[in-house]
Structures are given as structure tokens and as C-alpha cells.
Design a protein around this ligand. Structure first.
Ligand code: FES
Length: 220
């Protein structure tokens, strides 16, 4: 139990479970997850996590564990994306200038492909796991003017559908976007930047460069 009376470890575990539950009744997550969960040793070392999103329907979200933290992937609908520009006046850092994300996610949707939002599901206030409240208003037990996003029950921080923090709540910055890339259209790898990927042309170039460096080093 922490000083502020919140058991963060427990909240994180609850959050991981709750994130899975948010996927929705028709989407059976656990069998799907079993194919990519890395070994305990790999997880301890902070190994990248591959997530097959081929069955993640628009409006659905899944949560995986990366480096002991929940990493969220939300498949945003066009309606969800349409709400983002109208949030600007409600948000502390709408352009993510003071928040943590890779450069390739420092944009209006905080993502590589605007449809898919990838976040670390840890509140930037004191580290609780926010609740997923994707639907607007009363449908999620929120105020009538709620536009969908994430709500941290520990001290009341609210985040929009790009993980951007509302004004007048304790969390200081937007939810963190981890390094990630698309290995294919349906495979996201969390934990590796696109430039470091072994997938794709840029990754192949990097790998070739490294191999040449190694070879020239071994000759010397
Ligand atoms: S941990 Fe305090 S509002 Fe989230």
C-alpha cells in the first residue's frame, strides 16, 4: 500500500484484467493471446511483444503486458477519430509537446496508423491503471458530456481517445505511447521502433549496415 492509500500493484493487476474484459463479449481474447505471450525470461528482459490484431474489430481494445506494464491497443472507429479535433480546448497538451511518445506518434492522433492507438495503460499521476470508458456519456457511467476515453478512479484523471489528459485533473501529462511498429498490417510489435525493426525495407537496411560493421570489425 502506498502513502496515498492506493495499492498500485493491485490496481495494475486489476487493470490488466479489466483491459482484457473491455474487449467485448464477442471477442475471445485469451486463446488469441496465448500465441504471442513471451516466456517469463523474455518478459523479465523486456522483450518486445508481438500482437496479432487481425481479430481486433473497430471499437475494441486489448491489453497485453510489456515490461510489467499494460500496453493497450485500441482500434478506433471513424467516429472516435472524428472526436479528437474537438477535444483541443479541453486538453492540457493537445499537441503532446510535454508528453512522452516517440516522434512518429507526436501527431494529432498520437499514432502511426490513425486507426490504431497504442498506449501504456498507466496513469501519469501516480501510476494507477485507468478504466476504459470508450463510449460517450451515461453509457459508461460518466457525465452526460463525456466523449469517450479513459478514467483513472484513483484521483479522477481523465484522458481522451488519444490518451491526452484533460485540464483540471491531477495527471500532468498524456498517457505514454511506447515504441512500436507494424511488422505487417495485422501484427504490431510493442517495444521496437520502426527504424530498429528487422521487418521492412528500413529494418533490412539497418540489419545490413550492422552486419557490414561487424564484418569490417572482425577483419581488423
Ligand atoms: S493515479 Fe492519481 S489520478 Fe491516476
Amino acid at each position: 500500500m502506498s502513502d496515498d492509500g492506493v495499492n498500485h500493484t493491485r490496481r495494475r493487476l486489476i487493470g490488466l484484467t479489466a483491459g482484457m474484459g473491455a474487449v467485448g463479449g464477442a471477442f475471445v481474447a485469451w486463446p488469441f493471446l496465448a500465441s504471442w505471450v513471451p516466456s517469463a525470461r523474455a518478459k523479465a528482459a523486456g522483450a518486445p511483444v508481438e500482437i496479432n490484431i487481425s481479430k481486433l474489430e473497430p471499437g475494441q481494445m486489448l491489453s497485453v503486458e510489456w515490461r510489467g506494464q499494460p500496453a493497450w491497443i485500441l482500434n478506433r472507429t471513424p467516429e472516435m477519430l472524428d472526436k479528437l479535433p474537438g477535444m483541443v480546448d479541453l486538453i492540457v497538451d493537445p499537441d503532446s509537446l510535454e508528453s512522452i511518445q516517440p516522434d512518429y506518434a507526436k501527431n494529432k492522433t498520437r499514432s502511426i496508423k490513425e486507426q490504431y492507438l497504442v498506449l501504456i495503460g498507466i496513469c501519469t499521476h501516480l501510476g494507477c491503471v485507468p478504466l476504459t470508458k470508450l463510449k460517450p456519456g451515461l453509457a459508461e457511467g460518466m457525465e452526460a458530456d463525456w466523449r469517450g476515453g479513459f478514467f483513472c478512479p484513483c484521483h479522477g484523471s481523465k484522458f481522451d481517445l488519444a490518451g491526452r489528459v484533460y485540464k483540471n485533473v491531477p495527471a500532468p501529462t498524456n498517457l505514454v505511447v511506447p515504441p512500436y511498429h507494424f511488422a505487417t498490417d495485422t501484427l504490431i510489435v510493442v517495444g521496437v521502433d520502426p527504424s530498429m525493426s528487422i521487418h521492412g525495407a528500413e529494418g533490412a537496411k539497418n540489419m545490413n549496415k550492422k552486419m557490414k560493421e561487424n564484418l569490417s570489425g572482425s577483419k581488423g
